[in-house]
Design a protein around this ligand. Sequence first.
Ligand code: SAH
Ligand code: SF4
Ligand code: F3S
Length: 435
Amino acid sequence: MSERTYCLITFGCQMNEADSERIDGILLANGWRKIDSENDADLVLFNTCVVRQGAEDRALARLARLKPLKRANPEKLVAICGCLAQQDGRRLLETMPWVDLVLGTRALPRLAPLLDEAIATGAPQVCVDLDGDPCEIPDPPRRAPDLVARVNIILGCNKNCSYCVVPTTRGRELSRPWPKILEEVRVAAAGGRKEVLLIGQNVNSYRDGEVRLPELMAKVDAVPGVERIRTITSHPRDAGEGQFRAMAELPRVCESLHLPAQSGSTRVLRRMYRGYSRERYLKKVEQLRSFVPDATLTTDLIAGFPGETDEDFEQTLSLVREARFDSAFMFLYSPRRGTAAAQWPDDVPLEVKKERLARLIDLQEAISREKNRALEGRRFEVLVERSAKRPAGHLSGRTRGDKTVVFPGGMEMVGKTIKVEIVDSNGHTLFGRMA
Ligand code: SAH
Ligand code: SF4
Ligand code: F3S
C-alpha cells in the first residue's frame, strides 16, 4: 500500500498549537506522512478557531477551498477539528456535507478510530463529547525541531466572561494531574526542548490536590534539561504573589507575563464579568513589578464593547499609559453566538470601534518603541531559535523577557543560549550583535 499523506492547517491560540502537535503525533504513529500541500494530501485537517468572527470567517473560507478538490477527488478526506468543530458539531455537515470528520476539542483520542471508520464506511463521523482528557494519548511523538514544548496544565475555562466563546468550545476546567505534566516535561526536555510553556485559558486556577501553579512551577523548574519556563494565560483576578514570587525566585522561570486587561474602565470590566476593577488590575501590575522589576508585561485589549462610551475608552487609553505594556493584542469587539454580551445591543458603531482601535494601537506602539529603545546598549541571554527571515545571515531568538532579537550569526547556534548586545530596535524587534 502506498503511503498515506496528510496536511494540517492550524488557526488560533496556544491550545490549538498544542493540539496540532498531538494530531501530528497520532497520525505519524498511524503511518501517515505529513506534507504541506492541501492539493496533494490524502487527508486535510483544519484545526479551527472561532474566538472572533474574523477567525471563524478565515476558517470557513479556507474550508470552502476544499470543496472543488473533494469533488475532483472523492477519496480525499477532510476533517474539521478545534473550536469550530466543537461549536457547530454535526450542523457543519448541513453546509459542508462533503466533510468526513468533525472532531471536538476534547475528542482527540478518537481521531484514529473515527478516521478508520470514515474510511471503512464512507460516512461522515462526528464526536464532540466534552468529557475526558484529550491529552490522554499514549506517547504522542512531538514534532521537531521546535525548541518550545507547549504543555497543557489546565483544560477548559470556568470564567464565562460575557464576550467569550471559549468556555463553550473548551468545556469546564480540568486540571491535569501534576505527575503527568512532569512526565510530559521530562520527555520534551530529553527530546531537546529547551523552553516549557505551561498553557491553559487560566493557568492561575490550576489545582491538583495541594499543588497549585507556584508549586507546579517549582516542580517543573527542577526537571533536568529545562532551560526556560513560561506560563500563558494568567487571569488578573487570580494571578498574584505566588506566581510573581516563582518568577522572581525560580532560576528557570522567565521574566515575562501575559496578563489580559481587556479594558481600563471598571464599568466595562464589570459588564465583561471579569471580576476585577481598573484599580485592582493596576495593583497586580505594581505587585508584579515589586517582585520582578524588569518583567516584560503584555496584554489583550478589546475596543468597542457594548455600551463602551468615549469616557470608558479614555480609561483604557489611560490604563495603557499607566501600565506601560511591552506589547498588546488589540481587538475590535466581535459578538459571539451563545455568549451573554451577544444578547446586548452591539451599539458602538463600526466606524467608532475602528477609530478607537486605531488610537489604541498608535498609543501602544509608541510605548512599545520607547520600552524597546530603553533596552539598547544592554546585554541579554538569547535562546537562538531559527534563522531570521531577513536580513540574510541573521538569526532570531528570544530574551528571557520574551523579546525577539535579530542578530548576525550562523545556523550552528540554533538551540544555544548566547549573550547579545542590543544596538537598535523598533516596536517589535530588538537588533543586536554577539557580546
Ligand atoms: N483565556 C485568555 C484568552 C482568551 S481568548 C484570557 O482570559 O485572556 C484571547 C483574547 O481574545 C482575549 O483575551 C480577548 O481579548 C479576545 N477576545 C475574546 N473574545 C472576544 C470577542 N468576542 N471579541 C473581541 N475579542 C475577544
Ligand atoms: Fe474567555 Fe474569560 Fe475564560 Fe479567558 S478567562 S477564556 S476571556 S471566559
Ligand atoms: Fe480560538 Fe479556541 Fe483558542 S476559539 S482562541 S482556538 S480556545
